[in-house]
Write a protein that binds this ligand. Structure first.
Ligand code: CAA
Length: 261
């Protein structure tokens, strides 16, 4: 595997590992002794990974070391002691939250397909990280839970939009306000997982999915993602027009005109 384009010390401080191997980047949450709890550094460094991702990368896999994908925010950030190396003194304003959200937002970029490989717990910010990815492949021991409201806060790491898009308003509200756990069978039924596999087969199932995606040429994959992502917000006529705009350049025709807004 090629070296990460980021400073290894920065990644380590953030509890992350990044392996770039040609067209595939694998981001590992790498603090299994804390169930991959997330800190402000984790979110800031995830944003840096997005900014510095080599142009060769077409698929990003997000996974966790150890038995859990992620136990969400490092709860010590809410305590007076905090987390060593983490600055907890700044204002908790919207700009601060936007800086954290940047860690997840880039995973929707059309030039990549992002896949969360989830085993065990994906709680709070961990659940939202899985939701930030385009696709979720989960082990049969998966446990999703949106715990934020139990801590007196809302899910604010870009997770409410994909959650509603996937499960609908009533179910999203129920999941958030009960903070209950969603296990594998229900996750598959609700559409929170594209694929559920035995835990021992998670890595190979993800590798198969990555290989299938890489069969599609890059410009076609990017055009398809742009098209599919806008479909829920478009009328049939708008979507038909978007299909034409994306197709013409793929057929070797003139470059697409800018979309009318
Ligand atoms: N923050 C800090 N440390 C954590 C942690 C967290 N979120 N989750 C686990 N750990 C630590 C534990 O304290 C424990 O440390 P010690 O070995 O030093 O005691 C170690 O990780 C292993 O944890 P467990 O023994 O509890 O492991 P488990 O496998 O039995 O249980 C778990 C795993 C169900 C995830 C459980 O650890 C747990 O419930 N963790 C807290 C989950 C939580 O409420 N997270 C906050 C979600 S809200 C959010 O994320 C908000 C946001 O984004 C802004």
């Amino acid at each position: 595997m090629a070296d990460s384009p980021l400073d290894p010390a920065e990644l380590q401080r953030a509890g992350l590992r990044l392996d770039v191997d040609g067209a595939v980047a694998t981001i590992s949450l790498a603090r299994p002794e804390r169930r991959n709890a997330l800190t402000f550094s984790t979110w800031h460094t995830l944003a840096r990974i997005g900014e510095t991702l080599p142009g060769t990368v077409r698929v990003v896999v997000v996974r966790g070391d150890g038995p859990s994908f992620s136990a969400g925010i490092d709860l010590r950030l809410f305590s007076p002691e905090g987390v060593p190396g983490e600055d907890t003194s700044g204002p908790r304003d919207e700009a601060f939250i936007a800086g954290l959200q940047a860690g997840y937002l880039w995973l929707r970029r059309p030039d990549i397909v992002s896949i969360a490989a989830v085993r065990g717990h994906a709680i709070g910010g961990g659940f939202q990280l899985a939701l930030a990815c385009d696709l979720r492949v989960v082990a049969d021991d998966v446990k999703f839970a949106m715990k934020e409201p139990a801590l007196g806060i809302v899910p604010d790491l870009t997770g409410t939009k994909p959650l509603v898009d996937i499960v609908g308003v009533p179910r999203a509200l129920e999941l958030c306000l009960t903070t209950r756990t969603v296990f594998a069978e229900e996750a598959a039924r609700l559409g929170l997982a594209e694929l559920v596999v035995p835990a021992a087969e998670l890595d190979s199932a993800v590798a198969d999915l990555v290989a299938a995606i890489l069969q599609v040429r890059p410009e076609t994959a990017a055009a398809t993602k742009r098209l599919i992502r806008q479909a829920p917000h478009n009328t049939l006529e708008e979507q038909a027009a978007a299909e034409r705009r994306e197709q013409v350049p793929l057929l070797g025709g003139p470059a697409a005109a800018p979309a009318a807004s």
